[in-house]
Write a protein that binds this ligand. Structure first.
Ligand SMILES: [Zn+2]
Length: 165
């Protein structure tokens, strides 16, 4: 998932222009991309606002878009939060809603740990162990060579297990 890429305001630049023949074309809005942006992509569902990307980045944007498509707003946010918890690797188990709920740091960590292991309050020891085994295997660095995110997730899964067991 690479939705964290930021898209800036429309960029305009010279493309294939010579000194005598200045042509202004729309550039791909993907961060750090310097080719023409000929492919429109809706900014939000049912929106007439468009991003303009090159073919490659339009494809990538659409794949990410589809990731959340069909999810309710709540599910999309939950998924996003889980991704973020994974990414943070428990450096901070301080999501605003948990702080709002008046939970202690230990309770917040426990909630986050359960979320990382795809479990809910009241999970049995056997369920915790099984979920840990499945996810640790899935995100193990040996089977995800060079994938920094898998490594982060693997660490998170291990930390979650340490907290819960
Ligand atoms: Zn591009």
């Amino acid at each position: 998932m690479t939705r964290s890429k930021s898209w800036g305001f429309p960029r305009w630049g010279g493309y294939g222009a010579t000194d005598t023949e200045a042509v202004t074309v729309r550039m791909c809005e993907w961060e750090d991309c310097d080719v023409k942006g000929d492919y429109p992509a809706p900014k939000f569902r049912d929106s007439n606002d468009r991003y303009w990307f090159c073919q490659e980045h339009a494809g990538e944007y659409n794949r990410n878009w589809n990731y959340f498509d069909g999810m309710s707003k709540e599910d999309a946010e939950k998924t996003k939060r889980k991704e973020e918890n994974f990414a943070r690797g428990f450096r901070e188990a301080n999501t605003w809603e948990y702080v709002d709920a008046g939970l202690t740091k230990e309770e917040r960590e426990r909630r986050t740990a359960l979320e990382v292991l795809n479990l809910t309050e009241g999970a049995t020891e056997a369920q915790i162990k099984e979920s840990f085994r499945t996810l640790a295997k899935k995100h193990h660095p040996d089977t995800n060579l060079g994938d920094a995110r898998a490594e982060e997730r693997f660490k998170s899964v291990c930390t979650a297990y340490e907290i819960l067991k």
